[in-house]
Design a protein around this ligand. Structure first.
Ligand SMILES: Nc1ncnc2c1ncn2[C@@H]1O[C@H](COP(=O)(O)OP(=O)(O)OP(=O)(O)O)[C@@H](O)[C@H]1O
Ligand SMILES: [Mg+2]
Length: 355
């Protein structure tokens, strides 16, 4: 989609959608009019129009799905005469429950399983992230299950081809172990090492997997000249699950790692759930040698389904629809409701069941 087409599509949307797109992208957007908001959105996404378009499509789809599934009232209530003295504030009404029977368990489970193999085609955002990384640091903020590992692996492959070393960090020892196994299969076990509090293997390998705390400590030591870490050949630092930067206790480790990261190495921050990725990209831009590129979108490749698993092992869809009906709390699946009430009856002292 060209910039003009995107601007036209934006102009057709209600301003609430534009404000949702502006969150995390444009500061102080609340007072901007529609035209100005569109200009600001396009201007701020010059380097990532695909991300803006993808987020916009996701919001349009979300809105359409709400419009297409109106809730038929169970017992239509005739309009009431408002007494002249009543407050003008509308009284809060409970959303009427749907009379729809609700999706069957079989229909809800449909499509789960191993998909038929297809040739691998990178998604545009994956290519965009890799292209960005050729020049500068990149923050990737995309939903879970989107394929962030592909970006990490390809970026590592490119750095290796330039005889650069790569450090990949994760916040958990268990995840570091998993990535060690995964990367060893891809690059060969002689090419990959691991350093965690529990484990040190092949520490001279060109690709090193470690917890973020270990990398921070290595960078500390290097800064004080205490040890000789191979920082001069370091070409790429991948911080997976980098939403930990917001963690009240551990977030400082991510901050310090970024601050101490050698300037010649590219930083790749991968996250599924950063609320303010633009702020993080802006911060990186302010402390690193070149402007950080933000690659983001919010469209889920793998749609979420919500289910209710009763302690007796019975599984049922949580909502009447197969997907999650955002903003429709009255759409609980009758079977989930029945099971939950039964659970309450079984566990709460008699007479305390909530209805
Ligand atoms: N372009 C693509 N087309 C189809 N499948 C893809 C693509 N990229 C990645 N995948 C597949 O998507 C799945 C999820 O990928 P991955 O584990 O990298 O997701 P992720 O974004 O790291 O998720 P998480 O947030 O859970 O860490 C994997 O099976 C991967 O092979
Ligand atoms: Mg991942």
């Amino acid at each position: 989609m060209t910039t003009d087409e995107l601007a036209q599509l934006l102009a057709q949307q209600p301003v609430a959608i534009l404000h949702r797109l502006a969150r995390g992208r444009v500061q102080r957007h609340f007072r901007a009019g529609k035209r100005r908001l569109i200009d600001m959105l396009i201007q701020h996404s010059t380097n990532n129009l695909a991300g803006l378009e993808s987020d916009l499509q996701a919001l349009i789809e979300e809105r359409q799905s709400r419009v297409q599934t109106p809730v038929p009232p169970a017992n239509p209530v005739p309009p009431r005469q408002t007494a002249p003295h009543t407050s003008r504030r509308p009284t809060r009404t409970h959303e009427p429950e749907s009379t729809e029977p609700g999706v069957t368990l079989t229909a809800w489970l449909e499509g789960l399983g191993v998909p038929t193999p297809q040739p691998f085609v990178p998604d545009p955002w994956q290519e965009e992230a890799l292209a960005g990384l050729a020049e500068t640091d990149v923050v990737v903020s995309v939903p879970t299950g989107s394929g962030k590992t592909y970006v990490a692996v390809e970026a590592a492959r490119r750095a290796m081809s330039e005889n650069r070393t790569i450090i990949y960090t994760s916040p958990l020892k268990a995840l570091s172990n998993t990535k060690f196994t995964e990367f060893s299969k891809i690059f060969g076990s002689d090419q990959v090492g691991i350093l965690t509090g529990d484990r040190q293997d092949n520490a001279q390998a060109p690709i090193l997997i470690m917890t973020t705390e270990i990398l921070r400590n290595l960078l500390y030591d290097a800064a004080s000249g205490e040890i000789d870490v191979r920082l001069d050949t370091l070409g790429l630092v991948i911080l997976d699950e980098s939403q930990y930067i917001a963690d009240p206790e551990r977030g400082v480790v991510w901050e310090e790692t970024i601050i101490f990261c050698p300037s010649q190495a590219k930083l790749l921050l991968l996250s599924a759930s950063i609320g303010n990725p633009q702020d993080i990209a802006d911060w990186l831009t302010s402390i690193r040698p070149s402007p950080c590129r933000l690659v983001r979108h919010s469209k889920r490749t793998v749609p979420l389904r919500a289910g209710y698993l009763h302690p007796n092992g019975k599984l049922t869809p949580l909502f009447r629809t197969a997907g999650i009906p955002y903003g429709h709390p009255g759409q609980l699946h009758p079977e989930a409701k029945r099971l939950f009430l039964q659970y309450e009856e079984d566990t709460l002292p008699s007479g305390r069941t909530r209805r």
